[in-house]
Design a protein. Structure first.
Length: 421
């Protein structure tokens, strides 16, 4: 009953004739990952150091520093995710149409790098909203072309592993970023401005690595491939497998509480001091880093859909622990472990699943469709949860979100044919 074959696990096929092992390899050994995957992983590692420095302090900066209400923060957090969602379609389609996925990714990384110093000048809600929207525009432009490059460089049976390695490297940056933010906040007189300044320098380094080390080969469609056009991109939704994957991601995303709210809820449940708040994303990132590659490999073996749905069950359990609470010091570790496991089981696994349902000439656009649906759903979830927190309070809002996520998991399973179990 889980998403299995329809989420990228190839159907049984006639066994091909055995082939000789490639020079320099040994029978039974898995092929080494393509240099493109490792280079993009390095770019993402550096970029995530920059972005997570800001992400680690942003909720506290906005709520405690600027005095935003939970509803106001929900609006900004939703904008932070929603704007990028709409731009992803543009990035994915242009990458396919021009055959220049690296160029589109480079523009996206450059825009996000430009936003970091602009945060030094933004001290009002409209100004901060505009900077965050521009940052998410950059992320939206780069995400689908980058993931298309990864999927095109990896063998179909190894896509889960390739995305797992990339997400692990990406998350290594997410481990370093909050530590740097924490150290800067403790050591600098004007901590927030210092965080934004260092973040800008690191982001510029990431763009430089992309330009110098990621191959810039232009991809051309096959002779019998359908021409890349907006109509053809929208027509991808007629593909049954892609439609199921996208619908599952959308339904589950509608009831996924954003990271920032999870960390604020965890602080309230445990009484963690403000000075330690920037380290909370570190726990999620550590679990993500440790589990991304093992769960990517597991998804290649047992079905990417099973792992994807299982990740949302881990998130549901984290919600339950936040609701139940506890006086011991175990609660932050358990919640952050489950939260990181959720991302390890869903982020790269979803892209590996979707890549198997999209032809190469439409790879960027197809991945962007799935990413956009999921991101828009999470945008709505952020707005809804912020409003519910403001009206009902934190615990009732989380209880409703947990109940709705449980229903969404059941609905996602029922959307799939019985043959997928």
């Amino acid at each position: 009953m889980y998403v299995a074959d329809s989420c990228g696990t190839p159907a049984p096929a006639v066994t091909p004739e055995p082939q000789a092992a490639a020079p320099g390899t040994h029978p039974g050994r898995r092929a080494a990952l393509a240099p493109t995957v490792l280079a993009l992983g390095t770019v993402s590692l550096i970029t995530d150091v920059s972005s997570e420095m800001v992400t680690a302090v942003l909720p506290l900066y906005l709520v405690a520093g600027l005095g935003l209400s939970p509803l106001g923060f929900g609006l900004l957090d939703g904008l932070y995710n929603g704007v990028g969602a709409l731009v992803r379609l543009t990035g994915g389609h242009l990458g396919d149409r021009l055959g220049r996925h690296k160029a589109l990714a480079g523009i996206g990384y450059g825009l996000s790098a430009l936003c970091k110093p602009l945060l030094l000048l933004a001290h009002t809600l409209p100004a901060i909203g505009a900077v965050l929207a521009l940052d998410r525009t950059g992320k939206g432009l780069r995400t689908a072309p980058r993931d298309a490059l990864i999927s095109l460089a990896a063998a179909p049976e190894d896509r889960g592993r390739a995305f797992g390695v990339h997400r692990a490297m990406d998350t290594a940056g997410a481990l370093i970023g909050p530590i740097l933010a924490f150290l800067i906040l403790r050591g600098a007189a004007d901590g927030y401005d210092a965080v934004f300044t260092v973040s800008a320098c690191v982001a510029a380094l990431g763009v430089l690595v992309l330009v110098l080390f990621v191959p810039g080969r232009r991809t051309a469609p096959a002779a019998d491939a359908e021409p890349v056009s907006l109509r053809a991109a929208v027509g991808l939704l007629r593909r049954r497998d892609l439609r199921r994957i996208g619908l599952c991601a959308l339904v589950l995303g509608l009831f996924t509480v954003s990271d920032a709210f999870v960390f604020l809820l965890l602080q309230r449940a445990t009484g963690i001091a403000d000075r330690w708040f920037a380290l909370l994303p570190l726990g999620t990132a550590a679990a993500f880093f440790l589990l991304a590659l093992p769960l990517g490999r597991l998804a290649d073996r047992i079905g990417r859909g099973r792992v994807f749905v299982g990740g949302h069950l881990a998130l549901l359990l984290a919600y339950g622990l936040l609701l139940v609470g506890g006086s011991g010091g175990w609660l932050p570790y358990a919640v952050l472990l489950l939260h990181g496991g959720f991302y390890a089981a869903t982020d790269g696994v979803l892209m590996a699943a979707a890549a198997g349902a999209v032809p190469e000439e439409h790879r960027g656009g197809g991945l962007a469709l799935v990413q956009t649906g999921q991101a828009l759903a999470r945008f709505a979830a952020s707005l809804g949860f912020g409003a519910a927190w403001t009206v009902w309070g934190a615990r009732p809002a989380l209880a409703v979100a947990a109940a709705l996520l449980a229903v969404a998991v059941c609905v996602s399973v029922r959307l799939l044919p019985a043959g997928d179990d």
